[in-house]
Unconditional design. Structure first.
Length: 635
């Protein structure tokens, strides 16, 4: 291979331009990123060496070396890890998964430059952060299982292109030489490097050795291991400071914030032995919900040997927001994927973990409500999935759910237990409304009578809520009902119009009207009944108890466009002046076109308030005009 000159992918270049030209609050993180790559490379080597011990034969001691050279203004980061071959260099360094990058760039535009360092970390474009401090970067690497001649040299100044060439390398691993920008010379200072390592990389398992020239300039250079290297989770809890925990969390999660909660415990049981250090983040990474970022799980170590980065078997998907490490004392070192998938120890760790996390959240909810609400707002929609997926933990999970409610101010949250405790006498069921937003729900006519009776209604606005509620038909002996479904039979019947106090049309007076409307609307509705849930509006549509809610139907129809609409029940308010007048009309003349127009208008109104289109827009406007002309002529 001769020297090849290659352009960066457009998006890589855009990213580099941003990294190079924007202003940052914190450039120090470039070193954290490169040290973390070096440490990962050593972990990977150690893992491969489990089945190929020869890889470690000549150079058995993993090490990361840092060499500042003031004369040359270069900072070198060297590791004796797995290294890369030419194809890997090209795949890993010249390109980045483009869908991710596109979103990253879009996000940057929105947030401007200020939070760039956090985003760089979150996105795993760590290597490029080298260009925050260097105007030329040379990477020289050789894969551990290849001949010296197979070494590769990659070089770029970050503007448009990079070069790739063969370059024999005697030692395995990767060396990165940063030619520092003129004003970045502070990254050659020992104190500065020491400080960054202590802050960000102290717990890196492998020694980070700072090499500096001897004072006299003649003897061998000074070598000093700067990081304490002790795997944090192996240390006793009471010896670890909050800063150390936070530092480790940042290293794992690439989050810039502190964790919301830190769980550190160990189990030495009859069936299993492990240590776990698990963090609950404060907020979801901005791309948390993106499908391609759905990898979850914890890092798995076996007796301090790194095994896997996202061990999904350790966590159910509804806890995928957790970050952390599990170190097992009794799994075999050569665990394979297959073994992990059906393993007694892993299952037992997972059960213990789930219990620990749920207990922690339960306690947080009881003792630190505000903190818990922060958690719930960030990850409630994920945790709720467990209601559906994990029957064994449903009872604990239902206590952890919080909802907004119609009686409470926007932003206030309520648990099911709190809702039940506040139920007035006479109310038998727990009522909820589900929809896209609080605003839409608050304005729904279905809530009117509940409001009048002082019965609170839970407002469910997460897309998963309808699905979750299917798994929850009862709580504390009380059935759960959607206000847009079924009869609401425990509501008192409507006696009079709220505005005028005129008495409602009686059951007998309603009969001819209901009969006419049923005949007129025919198949368009499932039934027409006198409502108990309306006090202000004239009408609304409800689903019968066992059919799908309107919101759920909308979601499904968005996915399968041809799904037929479910027929709804049209409820009309016997106290409303329009209905009373129509009842009178129906009693006198059950057949008139006027009554037909009114009936269609009511149905269309009900469709519109339910967020559905009217059946025939042209007919609709004609009817409105006809009725307006009538009324205007009489005015
Ligand atoms: P990330 O580390 O988040 O994947 P980077 O841009 O920092 O993103 O690195 C991209 C990839 O390049 C890494 O995933 C790894 O495969 C490879 N890489 C980076 N540094 C090294 C190194 N020192 N040794 C071996 N491979 C490396």
């Amino acid at each position: 291979m001769t020297t090849q000159r290659k352009p960066f992918k457009t998006e890589v270049q855009q990213l580099l331009d941003l990294v190079i030209h924007s202003l940052y609050s914190n450039r120090d993180i470039f070193l954290r990123e490169l040290l973390s790559n070096a440490s990962d490379a050593i972990d990977r080597l150690k893992f491969e060496a489990l089945s190929a011990p020869d890889l470690l034969a000549t150079d058995p001691h993993p090490k990361i070396t840092l060499v500042p050279d003031k004369a040359a203004r270069t900072l070198t980061i060297r590791d004796n890890g797995i290294g890369m071959n030419a194809a890997e260099v090209e795949a890993n360094i010249g390109t980045i998964a483009s869908s991710g990058t596109r979103r990253f760039l879009a996000e940057l535009k929105e947030r401007k430059g200020s939070s760039l360092p956090e985003l760089i970390g979150q996105f795993g474009v760590g290597f490029y952060s080298a260009f925050m401090v260097a105007d030329r970067v040379v990477l020289h690497t050789r894969r551990a299982d290849a001949e010296a001649a197979a070494g590769v040299r990659w070089e770029s100044d970050g503007s448009g292109e990079y070069t790739l060439e063969e370059a024999p390398k005697a030692e395995r691993g990767t060396e990165i030489v940063l030619h520092l920008k003129e004003d970045m010379a502070e990254y050659l200072e020992e104190w500065k490097l020491r400080k960054i390592i202590k802050t960000y990389s102290d717990f890196v398992e492998h020694p980070i050795v700072l090499t500096t020239p001897a004072e006299d300039g003649k003897s061998a250079p000074k070598e000093e291991t700067v990081n304490s290297q002790k795997a944090l989770w192996q240390r006793p809890k009471n010896e670890i400071t909050a800063e150390e925990y936070a530092g480790f969390y940042r290293h794992l999660s690439h989050d810039f914030d502190e964790p919301l909660a830190t769980l550190h415990w160990q189990v030495e049981g009859a069936t299993t032995e492990f240590r776990a250090l698990v963090f609950i983040p404060k907020s979801a990474a901005f791309d948390f919900l993106a499908p391609e970022r759905r990898q979850h799980g914890l890092q798995l170590y076996v007796r301090r040997v790194f095994i896997s980065d996202h061990c999904e078997e350790l966590l159910p998907p509804w806890l995928r927001f957790l970050r952390g490490v599990v170190d097992s004392g009794d799994l075999p070192l050569n665990v394979s994927r297959e073994l992990l998938q059906d393993n007694k120890q892993i299952r037992s760790i997972r059960n213990n973990l789930v219990k620990k996390v749920l207990d922690t959240l339960t306690e947080m909810k009881e003792k630190e409500r505000e903190k818990y609400e922060t958690f719930w707002k960030a990850f409630g929609p994920v945790l709720k999935e467990g209601m559906h997926l994990d029957a064994a933990n449903r009872e604990k999970l239902q206590e952890l759910m919080l909802f907004g409610s119609a009686a409470k101010a926007e932003g206030a949250l309520l648990s099911l237990a709190e809702y039940v405790a506040a139920m007035p006498e006479g109310q038998k069921a727990i009522y909820y409304a589900s929809g896209e937003s609080r605003k839409a729900l608050e304005n729904a006519p279905h809530l009117e009578a509940f409001r009048a009776a002082n019965w609170d209604v839970l407002l469910l606005t997460d897309p998963v809520d309808d699905w979750v509620m299917q798994g929850l038909t009862e709580y504390a002996g009380k059935p759960l009902h959607s206000v847009t479904k079924g009869g609401a039979a425990d509501l008192p019947p409507v006696k009079a119009d709220a505005a005028t106090d005129q008495p409602a049309a009686s059951e007998d007076e309603m009969k001819p009207l209901l009969a006419f409307m049923k005949q007129h609307l025919g198949e368009q509705v499932k039934d027409i009944i006198a409502s108990r849930r309306l006090t202000e509006s004239a009408c609304c549509l409800v689903a019968d108890e066992h059919s799908m809610g309107a919101h759920m139907e909308k979601i499904l129809r968005a996915m399968h466009k041809d799904a037929p609409p479910t027929r709804r029940i049209l409820e009309i308010n016997p106290a409303h002046p329009v209905i009373r007048a129509m009842a009178g009309l129906a009693a006198r003349d059950g057949q008139g076109t006027l009554l037909g127009d009114y009936t269609d208008m009511l149905h269309d109104q009900a469709l519109l308030t339910a967020g559905q289109p009217v059946n025939d827009l042209l007919q609709f406007t004609r009817r409105v005009s006809r009725l307006m002309a009538d009324a205007a002529a009489k005015a």
